[in-house]
Design a protein around this ligand. Sequence first.
Ligand SMILES: [Zn+2]
Length: 273
Amino acid sequence: MPLTPIFYSPRQVADHAFISIQKLPAFVAGSKRSTIEPTPFTEADFTLAHDAGYVEDVLGLKVNNGFGTRSASINLALAYSNASLWAAAEHALAFGGLACSASQGFHHASYESNFGYCTFNGLVIAARKALEHGVRKVLIIDGDAHYGDGTDSCINALHLADQIINITRDQGIGKSQVGLDAAGWGKFTDELIQRHRPGLVIYQAGADAWLDDPYGCGYLTFEELGFRDRGIFDACRKHKIPTAWNLAGGYTNPMDMTVAIHLQTLAASDETV
Ligand SMILES: [Zn+2]
């Protein structure tokens, strides 16, 4: 069975104790495979999704990052984490199938501001790079339990609403999918693909959609999260849409359960890749 390639750099881990950073090496260790190092982003890459002045101010430590700090260490980690999603997308576009980016922390990053542990919007950056590579349309399926407001902000500021489709909490995905089995999630994804005809899918496999996540926004059981992953992957595979997926949300303490949810996604991906 082929294994899903995982794009990840140990440099994504900053000197900041927060699960959204600390879970990444735990997930990679749990995957029991070697990872592929992305080429870090530069300032110009970040401006594909953001106002140039905002990017300059974050990198120059003049305004806070999404963790509410000003940190060269976090900025370096962001250059790798954002790059790892594009590296996974680029791999999927080149070779087809599924690729994983062991990253998170993107969807609350707006065009010229941030909050919620998100600083730069790696989803929009990857989507824009895909468009530059000739992809006509990118479909983002954001399974995080929170609204991807930053993604919408960037898409609207860049006037790319026709080319980058953001399916996010309560805007196409959420409690209305409660109760679906894998076939139901497959039909849900199938309809999105038929409607939008994307050349690339970016799927945020948010673990905070778990019913018992401490942030209290979850709506799916562990088993139902598995149905979601399997249905989405199956539909992407059936339509031969290159698919990059990453880790999002998930705040259990200890973090074992969040890592288990992400490893469940990886197992579904491995069966589909
Ligand atoms: Zn979230």
